[in-house]
Design a protein around this ligand. Structure first.
Ligand code: FPP
Ligand code: MG
Length: 311
Protein backbone atom coordinates (compact mmCIF):
# COMPACT_ATOMS: atom_id res chain seq x y z
CA UNK A 1 0.00 0.00 0.00
CA UNK A 2 2.34 2.67 -1.22
CA UNK A 3 1.43 6.31 -1.58
CA UNK A 4 1.12 6.04 -5.35
CA UNK A 5 -0.97 2.85 -5.26
CA UNK A 6 -3.49 4.49 -2.93
CA UNK A 7 -4.15 7.32 -5.32
CA UNK A 8 -6.99 6.57 -7.65
CA UNK A 9 -8.50 3.96 -5.32
CA UNK A 10 -11.73 5.92 -5.46
CA UNK A 11 -11.72 6.90 -1.78
CA UNK A 12 -14.52 9.42 -1.24
CA UNK A 13 -13.77 12.88 -2.65
CA UNK A 14 -15.05 14.53 0.49
CA UNK A 15 -12.36 12.78 2.52
CA UNK A 16 -9.66 13.48 -0.08
CA UNK A 17 -10.10 17.25 0.18
CA UNK A 18 -9.94 17.32 3.97
CA UNK A 19 -7.51 14.53 4.70
CA UNK A 20 -4.84 12.98 2.49
CA UNK A 21 -5.25 9.29 3.23
CA UNK A 22 -2.53 8.25 0.79
CA UNK A 23 0.06 10.41 2.56
CA UNK A 24 -1.17 9.35 5.98
CA UNK A 25 -1.00 5.65 5.15
CA UNK A 26 2.42 5.99 3.50
CA UNK A 27 3.85 7.80 6.54
CA UNK A 28 2.38 5.37 9.08
CA UNK A 29 3.33 2.38 6.95
CA UNK A 30 6.97 3.53 6.72
CA UNK A 31 7.15 3.86 10.52
CA UNK A 32 5.63 0.40 10.99
CA UNK A 33 8.03 -1.15 8.42
CA UNK A 34 11.02 0.39 10.22
CA UNK A 35 9.82 -0.85 13.63
CA UNK A 36 9.08 -4.35 12.31
CA UNK A 37 12.46 -4.50 10.61
CA UNK A 38 14.18 -3.78 13.92
CA UNK A 39 11.97 -6.13 15.91
CA UNK A 40 13.61 -9.40 14.85
CA UNK A 41 17.36 -9.96 14.43
CA UNK A 42 18.72 -13.10 12.81
CA UNK A 43 20.81 -15.06 15.34
CA UNK A 44 21.49 -18.78 15.83
CA UNK A 45 19.56 -20.87 14.77
CA UNK A 46 19.40 -18.57 11.74
CA UNK A 47 16.84 -20.55 9.77
CA UNK A 48 13.92 -19.91 12.13
CA UNK A 49 14.59 -16.17 12.41
CA UNK A 50 14.95 -15.93 8.63
CA UNK A 51 11.63 -17.77 8.15
CA UNK A 52 9.92 -15.43 10.64
CA UNK A 53 11.37 -12.37 8.90
CA UNK A 54 10.53 -13.71 5.43
CA UNK A 55 6.79 -13.50 6.08
CA UNK A 56 6.82 -10.56 8.49
CA UNK A 57 8.75 -8.34 6.05
CA UNK A 58 6.87 -9.46 2.91
CA UNK A 59 4.85 -6.25 2.66
CA UNK A 60 1.14 -6.26 3.29
CA UNK A 61 -1.14 -3.34 3.97
CA UNK A 62 -0.16 -3.08 7.67
CA UNK A 63 -3.78 -2.19 8.34
CA UNK A 64 -3.86 -3.59 11.89
CA UNK A 65 -0.79 -1.68 13.13
CA UNK A 66 -2.03 1.50 11.45
CA UNK A 67 -5.46 1.15 13.11
CA UNK A 68 -3.77 0.69 16.48
CA UNK A 69 -1.55 3.77 16.04
CA UNK A 70 -4.42 5.88 14.67
CA UNK A 71 -6.73 5.01 17.58
CA UNK A 72 -4.06 5.67 20.21
CA UNK A 73 -3.33 9.06 18.62
CA UNK A 74 -7.04 9.88 18.30
CA UNK A 75 -7.29 9.68 22.10
CA UNK A 76 -4.18 11.76 22.74
CA UNK A 77 -1.62 8.92 22.96
CA UNK A 78 1.65 8.80 21.01
CA UNK A 79 3.15 6.57 18.30
CA UNK A 80 5.84 5.50 20.77
CA UNK A 81 3.23 4.22 23.24
CA UNK A 82 1.46 2.09 20.64
CA UNK A 83 4.26 0.89 18.32
CA UNK A 84 5.18 -2.34 20.20
CA UNK A 85 1.50 -3.38 20.21
CA UNK A 86 1.18 -2.35 16.56
CA UNK A 87 4.13 -4.61 15.68
CA UNK A 88 2.69 -7.44 17.78
CA UNK A 89 -0.60 -7.23 15.87
CA UNK A 90 1.27 -7.63 12.57
CA UNK A 91 3.30 -10.56 13.99
CA UNK A 92 0.05 -12.28 15.03
CA UNK A 93 -1.64 -11.53 11.70
CA UNK A 94 1.41 -12.83 9.80
CA UNK A 95 1.59 -16.05 11.83
CA UNK A 96 -2.10 -16.69 11.23
CA UNK A 97 -1.50 -16.37 7.48
CA UNK A 98 1.54 -18.69 7.58
CA UNK A 99 -0.57 -21.35 9.30
CA UNK A 100 -3.64 -20.63 7.15
CA UNK A 101 -1.57 -21.32 4.00
CA UNK A 102 -0.26 -24.70 5.24
CA UNK A 103 -1.30 -27.87 3.36
CA UNK A 104 -3.37 -28.95 6.41
CA UNK A 105 -5.42 -25.74 6.11
CA UNK A 106 -5.88 -23.79 2.85
CA UNK A 107 -2.86 -25.28 1.08
CA UNK A 108 -1.85 -22.06 -0.66
CA UNK A 109 1.35 -21.45 -2.63
CA UNK A 110 1.29 -17.70 -2.91
CA UNK A 111 0.97 -14.89 -0.33
CA UNK A 112 1.76 -11.17 -0.42
CA UNK A 113 3.11 -11.67 -3.93
CA UNK A 114 5.65 -14.31 -2.87
CA UNK A 115 5.79 -18.09 -2.39
CA UNK A 116 4.21 -19.04 0.95
CA UNK A 117 6.42 -19.71 3.96
CA UNK A 118 6.19 -23.53 3.79
CA UNK A 119 7.03 -23.45 0.06
CA UNK A 120 10.34 -21.77 0.89
CA UNK A 121 11.25 -23.24 4.30
CA UNK A 122 9.24 -26.48 4.44
CA UNK A 123 6.19 -27.31 6.54
CA UNK A 124 8.10 -28.02 9.74
CA UNK A 125 9.87 -24.67 9.81
CA UNK A 126 6.71 -22.81 8.67
CA UNK A 127 4.76 -24.19 11.64
CA UNK A 128 7.58 -23.19 13.98
CA UNK A 129 7.95 -19.75 12.36
CA UNK A 130 4.25 -19.15 13.12
CA UNK A 131 4.71 -20.35 16.70
CA UNK A 132 7.81 -18.19 17.08
CA UNK A 133 6.00 -15.07 15.84
CA UNK A 134 3.00 -15.69 18.09
CA UNK A 135 5.07 -16.10 21.25
CA UNK A 136 7.32 -13.17 20.36
CA UNK A 137 4.30 -10.88 19.81
CA UNK A 138 3.35 -11.17 23.49
CA UNK A 139 6.96 -10.88 24.67
CA UNK A 140 7.35 -7.77 22.50
CA UNK A 141 4.34 -5.97 24.03
CA UNK A 142 5.39 -6.87 27.58
CA UNK A 143 9.07 -6.01 27.15
CA UNK A 144 9.01 -3.05 24.76
CA UNK A 145 6.00 -0.91 25.70
CA UNK A 146 7.04 2.37 27.29
CA UNK A 147 5.28 5.38 28.81
CA UNK A 148 2.19 3.25 29.54
CA UNK A 149 1.19 1.88 32.97
CA UNK A 150 1.70 -1.83 33.65
CA UNK A 151 -2.04 -2.12 34.25
CA UNK A 152 -2.86 -0.95 30.71
CA UNK A 153 -0.17 -3.19 29.20
CA UNK A 154 -1.71 -6.13 31.04
CA UNK A 155 -5.14 -5.26 29.62
CA UNK A 156 -3.68 -5.13 26.12
CA UNK A 157 -2.04 -8.54 26.55
CA UNK A 158 -5.34 -10.01 27.78
CA UNK A 159 -7.26 -8.50 24.84
CA UNK A 160 -4.71 -9.84 22.36
CA UNK A 161 -4.85 -13.32 23.87
CA UNK A 162 -8.64 -13.30 23.71
CA UNK A 163 -8.62 -12.18 20.06
CA UNK A 164 -6.13 -14.86 18.99
CA UNK A 165 -7.40 -17.92 20.85
CA UNK A 166 -10.48 -20.14 20.58
CA UNK A 167 -12.71 -17.14 21.37
CA UNK A 168 -11.29 -15.33 18.32
CA UNK A 169 -9.12 -16.26 15.31
CA UNK A 170 -8.70 -19.93 16.19
CA UNK A 171 -12.45 -20.42 16.77
CA UNK A 172 -13.29 -18.65 13.51
CA UNK A 173 -10.79 -20.74 11.58
CA UNK A 174 -12.24 -23.98 13.03
CA UNK A 175 -15.77 -23.11 11.91
CA UNK A 176 -14.38 -21.99 8.53
CA UNK A 177 -12.64 -25.36 8.02
CA UNK A 178 -15.75 -27.27 9.15
CA UNK A 179 -17.94 -25.31 6.75
CA UNK A 180 -15.82 -25.87 3.65
CA UNK A 181 -17.61 -27.75 0.89
CA UNK A 182 -20.94 -27.69 2.76
CA UNK A 183 -23.76 -26.36 0.59
CA UNK A 184 -26.01 -25.33 3.51
CA UNK A 185 -23.84 -22.91 5.51
CA UNK A 186 -26.12 -20.24 7.00
CA UNK A 187 -25.54 -16.50 6.92
CA UNK A 188 -25.31 -16.67 10.72
CA UNK A 189 -22.44 -19.17 10.49
CA UNK A 190 -20.71 -17.07 7.83
CA UNK A 191 -20.98 -14.04 10.12
CA UNK A 192 -19.57 -16.08 13.03
CA UNK A 193 -16.59 -17.15 10.92
CA UNK A 194 -15.70 -13.64 9.87
CA UNK A 195 -16.43 -11.89 13.17
CA UNK A 196 -13.90 -14.29 14.71
CA UNK A 197 -11.41 -15.11 11.97
CA UNK A 198 -10.84 -11.53 10.78
CA UNK A 199 -13.01 -9.30 12.96
CA UNK A 200 -11.51 -10.23 16.33
CA UNK A 201 -7.97 -9.08 15.46
CA UNK A 202 -9.17 -5.92 13.71
CA UNK A 203 -11.24 -5.10 16.77
CA UNK A 204 -8.28 -5.80 19.05
CA UNK A 205 -6.14 -3.47 16.90
CA UNK A 206 -8.48 -0.56 17.56
CA UNK A 207 -9.35 -1.42 21.17
CA UNK A 208 -5.70 -2.00 22.18
CA UNK A 209 -4.76 1.39 20.71
CA UNK A 210 -7.56 2.90 22.76
CA UNK A 211 -6.56 1.10 25.98
CA UNK A 212 -2.94 2.27 25.62
CA UNK A 213 -4.18 5.86 25.41
CA UNK A 214 -6.40 5.40 28.49
CA UNK A 215 -9.84 5.36 26.84
CA UNK A 216 -12.89 5.42 29.10
CA UNK A 217 -15.58 2.73 28.80
CA UNK A 218 -17.94 4.69 26.57
CA UNK A 219 -15.17 5.43 24.06
CA UNK A 220 -14.05 1.80 24.17
CA UNK A 221 -17.60 0.68 23.25
CA UNK A 222 -17.83 3.26 20.44
CA UNK A 223 -14.44 2.31 18.98
CA UNK A 224 -15.13 -1.38 19.33
CA UNK A 225 -18.35 -0.95 17.30
CA UNK A 226 -16.43 1.02 14.67
CA UNK A 227 -13.93 -1.85 14.42
CA UNK A 228 -16.58 -4.58 14.25
CA UNK A 229 -18.30 -2.78 11.39
CA UNK A 230 -15.15 -2.19 9.37
CA UNK A 231 -14.08 -5.78 10.12
CA UNK A 232 -17.19 -7.22 8.54
CA UNK A 233 -17.05 -4.73 5.66
CA UNK A 234 -13.42 -5.73 5.10
CA UNK A 235 -14.40 -9.40 4.79
CA UNK A 236 -17.33 -8.70 2.46
CA UNK A 237 -14.96 -6.74 0.21
CA UNK A 238 -12.41 -9.57 0.46
CA UNK A 239 -15.03 -12.02 -0.79
CA UNK A 240 -15.96 -9.70 -3.67
CA UNK A 241 -12.30 -9.17 -4.61
CA UNK A 242 -11.70 -12.93 -4.60
CA UNK A 243 -14.12 -12.99 -7.55
CA UNK A 244 -13.36 -9.69 -9.29
CA UNK A 245 -9.60 -9.08 -8.78
CA UNK A 246 -6.62 -10.74 -10.43
CA UNK A 247 -3.88 -12.72 -8.71
CA UNK A 248 -1.45 -9.84 -9.46
CA UNK A 249 -3.73 -7.31 -7.75
CA UNK A 250 -4.30 -9.56 -4.73
CA UNK A 251 -0.76 -10.91 -4.31
CA UNK A 252 -2.38 -14.28 -3.58
CA UNK A 253 -4.38 -16.85 -5.49
CA UNK A 254 -7.63 -15.38 -6.84
CA UNK A 255 -10.86 -17.38 -7.14
CA UNK A 256 -9.91 -19.58 -4.17
CA UNK A 257 -13.32 -19.36 -2.48
CA UNK A 258 -15.23 -20.76 -5.44
CA UNK A 259 -12.60 -23.43 -5.95
CA UNK A 260 -12.79 -24.49 -2.29
CA UNK A 261 -16.61 -24.27 -2.37
CA UNK A 262 -16.58 -21.74 0.45
CA UNK A 263 -19.72 -19.88 1.49
CA UNK A 264 -19.12 -16.18 0.81
CA UNK A 265 -21.17 -12.99 1.01
CA UNK A 266 -21.53 -12.81 -2.79
CA UNK A 267 -22.89 -16.38 -2.71
CA UNK A 268 -25.73 -15.09 -0.48
CA UNK A 269 -26.26 -11.63 -1.88
CA UNK A 270 -24.52 -11.40 -5.26
CA UNK A 271 -21.74 -8.90 -5.95
CA UNK A 272 -23.75 -5.65 -6.11
CA UNK A 273 -25.71 -6.26 -2.90
CA UNK A 274 -22.48 -7.34 -1.16
CA UNK A 275 -20.89 -4.01 -2.13
CA UNK A 276 -23.98 -2.17 -0.81
CA UNK A 277 -23.87 -4.04 2.50
CA UNK A 278 -20.16 -3.26 2.87
CA UNK A 279 -20.84 0.43 2.15
CA UNK A 280 -23.63 0.50 4.77
CA UNK A 281 -21.26 -0.94 7.38
CA UNK A 282 -18.61 1.64 6.50
CA UNK A 283 -21.17 4.44 6.87
CA UNK A 284 -22.22 3.07 10.28
CA UNK A 285 -18.57 2.76 11.35
CA UNK A 286 -17.84 6.37 10.39
CA UNK A 287 -20.90 7.53 12.36
CA UNK A 288 -19.56 5.79 15.50
CA UNK A 289 -16.44 7.97 15.50
CA UNK A 290 -18.19 11.20 14.37
CA UNK A 291 -18.27 12.57 17.96
CA UNK A 292 -14.45 12.72 17.97
CA UNK A 293 -14.63 15.47 15.32
CA UNK A 294 -11.63 16.17 13.11
CA UNK A 295 -9.40 13.85 15.11
CA UNK A 296 -11.43 10.92 13.73
CA UNK A 297 -10.45 11.75 10.14
CA UNK A 298 -7.82 8.97 9.88
CA UNK A 299 -10.23 6.29 11.16
CA UNK A 300 -12.97 7.56 8.85
CA UNK A 301 -10.68 7.62 5.83
CA UNK A 302 -9.45 4.09 6.65
CA UNK A 303 -13.09 2.96 6.76
CA UNK A 304 -13.63 4.45 3.28
CA UNK A 305 -10.46 2.80 2.01
CA UNK A 306 -11.83 -0.62 2.98
CA UNK A 307 -14.63 -0.51 0.44
CA UNK A 308 -12.57 1.30 -2.19
CA UNK A 309 -9.50 -0.98 -2.11
CA UNK A 310 -8.57 -3.19 -5.05
CA UNK A 311 -6.37 -5.66 -3.13
C1 FPP B 1 -7.11 -15.98 6.18
O1 FPP B 1 -8.41 -16.26 5.79
C2 FPP B 1 -6.85 -16.50 7.57
C3 FPP B 1 -7.08 -15.81 8.70
C4 FPP B 1 -7.56 -14.42 8.70
C5 FPP B 1 -6.77 -16.38 10.06
C6 FPP B 1 -6.68 -17.87 10.12
C7 FPP B 1 -6.43 -18.34 11.51
C8 FPP B 1 -5.63 -19.36 11.82
C9 FPP B 1 -4.88 -20.16 10.80
C10 FPP B 1 -5.40 -19.71 13.23
C11 FPP B 1 -3.97 -19.40 13.49
C12 FPP B 1 -3.51 -19.74 14.81
C13 FPP B 1 -3.39 -18.86 15.82
C14 FPP B 1 -2.84 -19.31 17.12
C15 FPP B 1 -3.78 -17.43 15.67
P1 FPP B 1 -8.78 -16.74 4.31
O2 FPP B 1 -8.23 -18.09 4.09
O3 FPP B 1 -10.24 -16.56 4.17
O4 FPP B 1 -8.07 -15.64 3.43
P2 FPP B 1 -6.87 -15.77 2.39
O5 FPP B 1 -7.51 -15.82 1.05
O6 FPP B 1 -6.07 -14.48 2.57
O7 FPP B 1 -6.07 -17.00 2.71
MG1 MG C 1 -6.59 -18.87 3.18
Amino acid sequence: MTSSSNRGTGVADETDTQFDLADYLATQQAQVEAALNQSITVVYPDKIYEAMRYSLMAGGKRLRPILCLATCELLGGTTEMAMPTACALEMIHTMSLIHDDLPAMDNDDYRRGKPTNHKVYGEDIAILAGDGLLAYAFEFVAAQTQQVSAERVLQVIARLGHAVGAAGLVGGQVVDLESEGKPDVSLETLNFIHRHKTGALLEASVVCGAILAGADDSNLVRLSRYAQDIGLAFQIVDDVLDITATQEELGKTAGKDLQAQKATYPSFWGIEESRRQAQALVTAAKAQVEPFGDRAKPLQAIADYITARTH
